[in-house]
Design a protein around this ligand. Structure first.
Ligand code: OAA
Ligand code: MG
Length: 545
């Protein structure tokens, strides 16, 4: 990198005891480029990614322009540090390494004061928040209840909104709603900064959420609210409750659904090309019964319906396995009605009284073309199952999607090894490229970061009044169509991360177009633009460091 002295950074902090407006000539000058090099060298000198994450968090607070320029210059290298997998560890150790507030920490005890609190906060700001990422910390990635440590995930997602989506960082507001935690270990830690009591019930949480959604939408007009990492039952309940009323979406249900649908378009086409199987005949086995699994399966149904199947026929292309085995109509918890309501949609009615206790049994029975993991169980796709998939399919589709890497169902190297390199692979967290029989193989990263920045940005840009299911599906199609000829020829299921800004613009443009079709947009300036025109408009609206 060429080092120039032209750009002078904001004044350096004066020496202790000096007045704040100490004349600049008494201080050394350092250029933006020098600061970037210094930052890169410092990161290299640190012994682990958690320390790199902490250092970058400090830089983000002090000099956002530098932080986002560093991300822009090396997104592939830094995304695993500011986002998954390292962000998971940062959330686990949030109170331990806490170095100052990064967003809003709203306590359930302040439920009735939210309008005053948020309005007072707004009045201290120069920029009105445009995007909120909010969590209650109850199910952070696959790591479970981390209480107030969930703030780390809200911050991490917003980093990608800026770096990948081109949202102005001054309009980003990370929020954690503190409703207690059922994680005894962190609750007992003397440095824990959240409420030291069991987590609120869903009923109490819903009252708090009602107050929050209303107060946030009042205090910050036009804001887009992204729900993140709520435990499944709450995630579905809140999505259903607010989807038609506020400008909101749930990233784990809808973002993940959209990104996996996008990747499945590519994978199913490649697999069908190899095997000759009609697209509508793919069969998908899911390991996991949480919000992401059910959200992804429902979103993927669009693939089959676009191939001409009815909703019922499309649903029958899916087999879901939770901790009790395949979800069948004769299972005890199904008969007694105890099964979680979000799973009911995918109950198999055609199993004739037989139960299938685990993945291996289901794979033998179903003979699927695709395997999707959202179980949060490390190594849950074992060698015999993966080899069986390779025996059944010329190009087996295997998506071990649980995050972070410590919860992933299958490592990329094992997937290649056990399928003789024939696997069509996407994981949630990144794996480095692998050499396999003289070829460089790239793991697809089926992570919602390919779509959530574009969804939020698009909703903001067109002034959507709500975010509909069809807009989420349009985003998936926008994603899959954003691959270049080169990327398709290279067999990539997802576009290269280096092009995330263009990808986000394509996702936003597709979403805006759909919003216009449904009449939920309010920005007249974007109406009447061609697909290409919309993509260009989205690109032109992006913020750059
Ligand atoms: O944050 C990520 O990497 C993807 C995600 O939403 C999750 O795993 O909950
Ligand atoms: Mg999430």
């Amino acid at each position: 990198m060429a080092v120039t002295q032209q750009v002078i950074t904001p004044p350096l902090t004066p020496p202790l005891g000096a007045k704040k407006d100490l004349a600049g000539s008494l201080l050394p000058h350092t250029s933006h480029e020098q600061n970037l090099i210094r930052l890169q060298r410092h990161l290299l000198s640190l012994p682990n990614d958690l320390l790199r994450h902490s250092h970058l968090a400090k830089i983000r607070q002090k000099d956002p322009r530098l932080f986002f320029a560093a991300l822009r210059d090396d997104l592939t290298g830094l995304a695993p540090i500011v986002y998954t997998p390292t962000v998971g560890e940062a959330c686990q150790k949030y109170s331990e390494v806490f170095q100052g507030p990064e967003g809003l920490y709203l306590s359930i005890d302040d439920k009735d004061k939210l309008p005053e609190l948020l309005t007072a906060y707004r009045d201290t700001l120069d920029n009105v928040p445009r995007i909120i990422v909010v969590t209650d910390g109850s199910r952070i990635l696959g790591l479970g209840d981390l209480g107030i440590g969930g703030m780390g995930i809200s911050v991490g997602k917003l980093n990608l909104y800026v770096a990948g989506g081109g949202v102005d960082p001054h309009g980003c507001l990370p929020i954690v709603l503190d409703m207690g935690t059922d994680n005894q270990k962190i609750r007992d830690d003397p440095v824990y900064i959240g409420l030291r009591r069991p987590r609120a019930t869903l009923e109490q949480a819903t009252e708090f959420m009602d107050a929050f959604m209303e107060a946030a939408s009042e205090a910050f007009p036009k804001v887009v609210i992204q729900h993140e990492d709520f435990y499944s039952e709450a995630a579905f309940a809140f999505l259903e409750r607010y989807q038609n009323q506020y400008r909101m979406f749930n990233d784990d249900i809808q973002g993940t659904g959209s990104v996996i649908l996008g990747g499945f378009f590519a994978a199913a086409r490649q697999a069908s090309k190899a095997s000759g199987l009609p697209l509508k005949d793919h069969k998908v086995v899911f390991l996991g019964g949480g919000s992401a699994a059910v959200g992804v399966a429902k979103e993927m149904m669009n693939f089959f319906m676009m191939e001409g199947l009815t909703e019922q026929e499309a649903k029958e292309r899916f087999w879901l396995i939770d901790t009790k085995g395949l979800i069948t109509h004769t299972r005890h918890d199904v008969i007694s009605g105890k099964i979680a309501s979000h799973k009911k949609y995918f109950i198999r009615e055609d199993t004739e009284g037989k139960e299938y206790a685990n993945l291996a049994e289901v794979v033998d029975y179903v003979q699927p073309t695709a395997l999707v993991g959202l179980s949060t169980v490390f190594g849950a796709f074992p060698e015999p199952v993966v080899r069986k998939m390779a025996q059944l399919n010329k190009a087996p589709i295997i998506f071990p999607l649980s995050n972070p890497t410590s919860k992933c169902e299958l490592a990329f190297s094992d997937a290649l090894e056990w399928t003789d390199g024939r696997v069509l692979f996407a994981s949630g967290s990144p794996y480095p490229a692998q050499q396999y029989e003289g070829r460089t193989r790239v793991a697809g990263q089926g992570n919602n970061f390919y779509v959530f920045p574009g969804i939020g940005f698009g909703a903001l840009a067109c002034g959507a009044t709500t975010i509909t299911d069809r807009m989420i599906t349009a985003a998936a199609i926008g994603l899959s169509e954003s691959r270049t000829q080169e990327e398709i020829a290279a067999g990539l299921l997802y576009p290269r991360l280096e092009r995330i800004r263009q990808v986000s613009a394509a996702v936003s443009a597709a979403l805006v177009k759909q919003a216009q079709k449904e009449g939920v947009d309010t920005n007249e300036e974007l109406r009447g633009l061609s697909d290409e025109g919309l993509r260009e408009a989205m690109l032109a609206m992006q913020w750059h460091p």
